[in-house]
Design a protein around this ligand. Structure first.
Ligand code: V47
Length: 372
C-alpha cells in the first residue's frame, strides 16, 4: 500500500527509504522542514520495524548523580552549581554506594552515573567509586561518565584520554552514556556551553573509548538556538564516526528544558518537534541500532507515540532524575516496571526488557538473568 505523501519534497526520500539508500544532508534538511509528520512517521516506522520488528526495549535502571558541583556554568543547564553555592551537594563514596543499594531493591540491571565537573574529585576517587559498586553489585552494568567528564578528568590528571578511559574501564565502567554532545556547531556551543569541550573533542573521546572496546550512546540537544542545518550537521557527524567505529549503541534526542537556566526565555519544544526529532534521527542514523524516546524528557505520553514514529526504546525506571527536573521537567521521577510495560503494550508494541547492551533480561521472583 502506498502511503499518502502530501509534501512532494518527500517523494524522492521515500524512494531512498524503500531501497535502503543513505539519506543526504539535503534530505535531512527537507525532513526537518516538512510539516508532513505522517509521511515522515511512515518512513521512520518502516525503518524501525525493519530493524526491530514490533519490539520496544526498556530497562530497569537507576540514575545516580554523585555531585552537581560543576566548573562549567553552561547556559543550557540548571543542574550544575558552583562549589560555594549553598544548594550544591557532593556525595561521599559511602553515600554513592548506599544510594545505589536503594535502587538495587528494584533489581536494577544498570546504574547510569553522571555528574558535574567537580574541581576536586580525582580520577582515583571515581575509580574507587566504580570498584566499590562492582564489589557490591557485580551483576549491575555501570554506564558512567560522559565524554565531557572524561576529558575533564584527563586534563586534571594530566594523562591522555586513552589512559583515562583505560583506567575507568579497569575499575569497572562497562559503557558510557551519550550526554554532553549538545550540538556540535561551534557558533551554538559558544553560547549554550562555552566552557565545555568542543564538538570535535567530544567525538574524539568517543572514538578513543570505542577503540578500547567501550561502547557508548550519543545524544543531541535540540530546541534552543540551533538551526535545522546545525541539527543535520550533528547527525551526519555522528553517522560518520559510527561508520568508523561502530561503537554507538543508541541515539537519544534531548529536548531543551529552559526553566531555571540562563536561557529561560527560550520557548519549550512542542510535541510536534519532539516526534519529528525522533523520526528524522531514525532516518538519518542508518548505522546506529537504536533510537530512544527518553520518557523523562518527552513525557510518557509523547514517548509512547514515538514508538510508532521511529523509536524502539523508551529508557527505564530511572528512579531518581535530577538534570531535567532541575530544569522544570514536570514528569514523575520514576516509572515502575509495570507502568513501562502498560505504556508499551498500549502502543501495540511488544515490551522486551534489555540490559544496557540490549541482551534480553529474564526475571524470576528474586533475581534476573541476562541472556548472552
Ligand atoms: O548532557 C542538561 C542535557 C544531558 C538540560 O545515554 C539538558 O542512555 C535539556 O545525556 N534541558 C544528560 N537537556 C542526559 C543524558 C541522557 C539521558 C538519558 C539517557 C542517556 C543515555 C543519556 O541532558 C546533558 C545535556 O545534554 N541537559 N541540561 C536542560 N536544561
Amino acid at each position: 500500500m502506498q502511503p499518502v505523501v502530501d509534501d512532494p519534497r518527500l517523494r524522492p526520500i521515500l524512494d531512498k527509504v524503500y531501497s535502503g539508500a543513505r539519506l543526504s544532508f539535503e534530505d535531512g534538511l527537507a525532513l526537518y522542514r516538512t510539516p508532513d509528520i505522517l509521511a515522515l512517521g511512515y518512513m521512520a516506522n518502516l525503518v524501525r520495524e525493519r530493524l526491530h520488528e514490533n519490539v520496544t526495549y526498556f530497562n530497569v535502571n537507576r540514575h545516580i548523580n554523585p555531585t552537581d558541583v560543576c566548573v562549567a556554568s553552561c547556559r543550557l543547564c540548571a543542574f550544575g552549581k558552583k562549589a560555594k553555592d549553598a544548594r550544591a551537594y557532593t556525595m561521599s563514596l559511602e553515600q554513592v554506594w548506599e544510594t545505589a543499594g536503594r535502587g538495587w531493591t528494584e533489581a536494577v540491571t544498570e546504574f547510569h552515573i553522571v555528574g558535574g565537573l567537580h574541581p576536586e574529585l580525582t580520577l582515583d576517587w571515581y575509580c574507587e567509586m566504580f570498584r566499590g559498586l562492582k564489589d557490591r553489585f557485580p551483576q549491575v552494568h555501570l554506564k558512567a561518565l560522559t565524554m565531557v567528564e572524561i576529558a575533564y578528568l584527563a586534563q586534571r590528571t594530566k594523562i591522555s584520554i586513552r589512559e583515562t578511559v583505560e583506567r575507568l574501564k579497569d575499575s569497572g565502567v562497562d559503557s558510557l552514556p551519550g550526554g554532553g554532545a549538545e550540538i556540535f556547531c561551534d557558533r551554538v556551543r559558544r553560547i549554550i556551553c562555552d566552557h565545555k569541550i568542543d564538538g570535535s573533542q567530544w567525538l574524539e573521546v568517543a572514538r578513543t573509548a570505542h577503540g578500547i572496546g567501550l561502547n557508548s550512546n550519543c545524544t543531541m540537544l535540540y530546541g534552543h538556538i540551533e538551526t535545522g542545518e546545525d541539527r543535520v550537521d550533528h547527525l551526519v557527524k555522528l553517522r560518520a564516526l559510527q561508520d568508523e567505529t561502530g561503537g554507538f549503541v543508541t541515539f537519544i534526542p534531548l529536548a531543551f528544558h529552559p526553566d531555571n537556566t540562563p536561557l529561560r526565555h527560550v520557548p519549550r519544544t512542542t510535541g510536534f518537534e519532539d516526534i519529528k526529532n525522533i523520526a528524522v534521527a531514525r532516518l538519518m542514523l542508518d548505522n546506529i541500532p537504536h533510537v530512544k524516546a527518553y520518557w523523562i524528557m518527552m513525557t510518557p505520553r509523547i514517548a509512547q507515540i514515538a514508538q510508532r514514529f521511529g523509536a524502539d526504546d523508551i529508557d527505564g525506571t530511572v528512579v531518581e532524575e535530577k538534570i531535567y527536573h532541575d530544569a522544570g521537567a514536570t514528569t514523575s521521577q520514576s516509572l515502575r516496571r509495570g507502568e513501562l510495560l502498560s505504556l508499551i503494550r498500549e502502543a501495540g508494541r511488544e515490551p522486551l526488557e534489555r540490559d544496557t547492551l540490549y541482551r534480553p533480561v529474564v526475571r524470576s521472583e528474586t533475581t534476573f538473568t541476562v541472556l548472552v
